[in-house]
Ligand binder design. Structure first.
Ligand code: ADP
Ligand code: ADP
Length: 226
């Protein structure tokens, strides 16, 4: 079953140069799909188009089999995790995690249930009353993950979520994210420029260069390329 389909997707910011050029791609439900490529090749642009944060210039985007080019972001049933965590500094961990649920008008009892379950799963139960500045980098990143998980959206988009962490914590979080994704059966689109991350995390990897797909395949097949 396909969760995300890109059909001849193009993107241009200035109507002259294409950042993405007639890209075709299908991502299956429950797949951990990694997007890798050098800085400026269009990875974030592609994620933002799928999230509805960036206009699609050409082609068709389907989510769950339905055309979604003009679907408002809040109706796309997906969550997003950013490189800089995007936490609200004046809100507590708990308030940060629940922020999106308030916006979606999820009732307080359901919010509490999801909060406790998620905090337990991600190891934040002791930190719920703290502010972001009282957390380590790894803990902040975990709050960002928790905010994505409480949404219970089946599709998760991550844009270089680990690039601000040190090497040891990155290695730890790679495993954590993969474990969560499996446990929840999430479809993941994960952007990175880190080859190790791509190779160790991805069910499939797409290598982008200059707005074009260079390779798509399982990690093992990419390893064996000459
Ligand atoms: P990546 O995430 O792979 O680093 P981006 O998707 O951020 O790449 O950027 C792809 C290209 O599009 C780059 O050349 C970048 O300068 C350009 N770009 C990104 N966002 C904008 C924007 N809002 N306006 C104009 N050009 C942009
Ligand atoms: P840092 O303090 O550098 O951010 P970590 O975030 O990796 O380091 O870990 C902080 C603490 O949380 C450690 O004691 C670690 O064992 C614990 N921890 C890490 N992951 C989990 C988890 N999934 N569940 C519960 N506790 C965790």
């Amino acid at each position: 079953m396909k969760q995300v389909e890109l059909i001849d997707i193009s993107k241009s910011y200035d109507k002259q140069t294409n950042v993405l050029n007639e890209m075709n791609l299908s991502i299956n439900k429950g797949e951990f799909f990694v997007l890798v490529g050098p800085s400026g090749c269009g990875k974030s642009t592609l994620l933002r188009m799928i999230a509805g944060l960036e206009e699609i210039t050409g082609g068709v985007l389907k989510l769950n089999g339905e055309v979604a080019n003009h679907l408002p972001p809040k109706n796309r049933n997906l969550s997003m995790v950013f490189q800089n965590y995007a936490l609200y500094p004046h809100l507590t961990v708990e308030q940060n995690i629940l922020f999106g649920l308030d916006v979606k008008k999820v009732n307080k009892k359901e919010q509490k249930r999801r909060l406790l379950e998620t905090a337990e799963m991600i190891g934040l139960s002791e930190l719920l009353k703290r502010k972001p500045k009282e957390l380590s980098g790894g803990q902040r990143q975990r709050v960002a993950l928790a905010r994505s998980v409480v949404s219970e959206a089946p599709l998760c988009l991550m844009d270089e979520p680990l690039s601000n962490l040190d090497a040891k914590l990155r290695a730890h979080m790679r495993v954590e994210i993969r474990r969560l994704q499996r446990k929840l059966g999430l479809t993941m689109i994960y952007v990175t420029h880190d080859q190790v991350e791509a190779m160790t995390m991805g069910d499939r990897i797409m290598v982008l260069n200059d707005g074009k797909v260079q390779q798509v395949g399982e990690p093992i097949t990419l390893y064996n390329e000459p």
